[in-house]
Ligand binder design. Structure first.
Ligand SMILES: Nc1nc2c(c(=O)[nH]1)N[C@H]1C(S)=C(S)[C@@H](COP(=O)(O)O)O[C@H]1N2
Ligand SMILES: [Mo]
Length: 353
C-alpha cells in the first residue's frame, strides 16, 4: 500500500466573479503553484479577442501609439519574483468586523513575472511636461452595487511609481504566458504595492494631467479610519510589513517535544530584517532563523523556529516581523472601515499533550 498524495486546493469565496484563496498553510514554495494561486476578480472574466493583443498608450504623451503583443515580446525584458498581496488579506480578523470579502491569510501568492518596464514604453511615446498620473484600464467591466452604470476595472499610478524601473507590463508568469485568469495576455505588475494596482487584461495606458478618480481608486482601496464618515481617507498603496505562521495550524494538538514553527514574512519597501516568535502570548520574544534576505529583491522570506514543548498545556504563538525601515508588525492592526492592510502579529493557539 502506498499513501495517497493529498494536494492542497484553493478555498472558494465566490464563483462569479471568481474569488479563490491560496491554501497558504499547506504550500511552502517560493513560487506558488498556479493551481493554488489566489484569484481576485471584480467582474466576470473578459473575452479574449484580437483586440486583447493590442495595448494602446495615449494621453499626455508626444506620440500616442499602440503596441502589439509580438512587439512587446521582442523588447528588452526583465524577470522579477514578486508577491501579490490583496489589500484585503486577513480582513476577517478585523474587530469590529468590516464588510467585504472575508479573506483569511491566503490572499497572497508569489510568482516570477517577466515583462517590459513601463518606462521603456513611455520613453518610446515620450511624455508631455503636464504628465502627472498614468491610468491603466483592464478589459473587464460590469456593475457595482453602490453606483449606477457600468465600470471598467481601472486604476492609476503617480508618475514616479509608473516610471520605477521595476513597474512592468508583464506577459509571462513562471516562464509561461500569463494564465488567462491572471490577466492574459498583458498585466501590469507593480512591485511593493498591494495587488489592486497590478491591473489584469491590460487594454490601455493613458497619461493624464490631473488626478484619476474611478471607483476602484477613490471609493475602494482607500483607508477610512472613521466608522461613520469619509473624513481623513487616504489611498492604499505600499504593502505593510507582515508575517504568517504557516505551521503549526491554529488549534493543533502537539506531542511534547521538539516542533518546527515556520512561515513567511514580507514587506513593501526594504527587506525583512528579523522575525521574532513568542510562545507565551507575547510576553517573551525570541529570534527566528530568517533566510538571508536578498536586499534588492521583492520576494517573501522564509523563517523557522525550533520550539521545545516540554510542558503540557495551552500555548499562544505569535510571529512579528521587522523590516529594514524599522517598521514592526503591531499587536493590533489599524482598524479601517473597508478592512485593508491587516498586518498584526500572526497568532496560533496550540495544545501540548
Ligand atoms: N482587470 C482587473 N485587474 C485586477 C483586478 C480585477 O478585478 N480586474 N483585481 C485586482 C485585485 S483587487 C487583486 S488582489 C489582484 C488579484 O490578482 P490575481 O487574481 O491574479 O491573484 O488583481 C488586481 N487586478
Ligand atoms: Mo485585492
Amino acid at each position: 500500500m502506498h499513501s495517497p498524495i493529498i494536494k492542497p486546493y484553493p478555498i472558494t469565496r465566490s464563483l462569479i466573479p471568481e474569488i479563490q484563496e491560496h491554501p497558504i498553510h499547506f504550500v511552502s514554495a517560493a513560487i506558488t503553484p498556479e493551481a493554488c494561486f489566489y484569484l481576485r476578480n471584480h467582474f466576470a472574466y473578459p473575452r479574449i479577442t484580437g483586440q486583447s493583443f493590442v495595448l494602446s498608450v495615449g494621453g499626455e504623451v508626444q506620440k500616442p501609439r499602440t503596441f502589439q503583443y509580438e512587439e512587446l515580446l521582442r523588447m528588452p525584458s526583465k524577470e522579477l519574483t514578486v508577491p501579490l498581496e490583496c489589500a484585503g488579506n486577513n480582513r476577517e480578523l478585523f474587530r469590529p468586523r468590516v464588510f467585504g470579502e472575508q479573506w483569511g491569510a491566503g490572499a497572497i501568492s508569489q510568482g516570477v513575472w517577466r515583462g517590459v518596464a513601463l518606462r521603456d514604453l513611455l520613453r518610446l511615446t515620450g511624455l508631455q511636461a503636464s504628465a502627472k498620473e498614468v491610468v491603466f484600464e483592464g478589459h473587464d467591466s460590469g456593475r457595482r452595487p453602490d453606483l449606477e452604470g457600468e465600470f471598467v476595472f481601472a486604476r492609476s499610478l503617480p508618475l514616479g511609481k509608473a516610471m520605477h524601473p521595476d513597474t512592468l507590463i508583464a506577459y509571462a508568469l513562471n516562464g509561461e504566458p500569463i494564465p488567462y485568469k491572471h490577466g492574459y495576455p498583458f498585466r501590469l505588475i507593480v512591485p511593493q504595492w498591494y495587488a489592486m494596482a497590478s491591473v489584469k487584461w491590460l487594454r490601455s495606458i493613458t497619461v493624464i494631467r490631473n488626478h484619476f478618480s474611478g471607483p476602484f481608486q477613490d471609493i475602494d482601496y482607500m483607508y477610512y479610519p472613521e466608522k461613520d464618515s469619509d473624513t481623513r481617507k487616504t489611498p492604499v498603496t505600499t504593502i505593510q510589513v507582515n508575517s504568517i505562521i504557516q505551521q503549526p495550524l491554529n488549534r493543533s494538538v502537539l506531542d511534547k517535544g521538539m516542533h518546527l514553527i515556520y512561515g513567511l514574512a514580507w514587506t513593501g519597501t526594504g527587506w525583512i530584517k528579523h522575525v521574532e516568535i513568542s510562545t507565551d502570548g507575547g510576553e517573551n520574544w525570541r529570534p527566528a532563523v530568517v533566510q538571508p534576505a536578498s536586499q534588492n529583491a521583492y520576494s517573501w522570506t522564509f523563517w523557522n523556529y525550533t520550539w521545545l514543548a516540554d510542558q503540557k498545556g495551552e500555548y499562544t504563538m505569535m510571529s512579528r516581523a521587522t523590516d529594514s525601515f524599522g517598521f514592526v508588525q503591531p499587536a493590533a492592526a489599524k482598524w479601517n472601515r473597508k478592512g485593508y492592510g491587516y498586518n498584526a502579529y500572526s497568532v496560533v493557539h496550540v495544545q501540548v499533550e
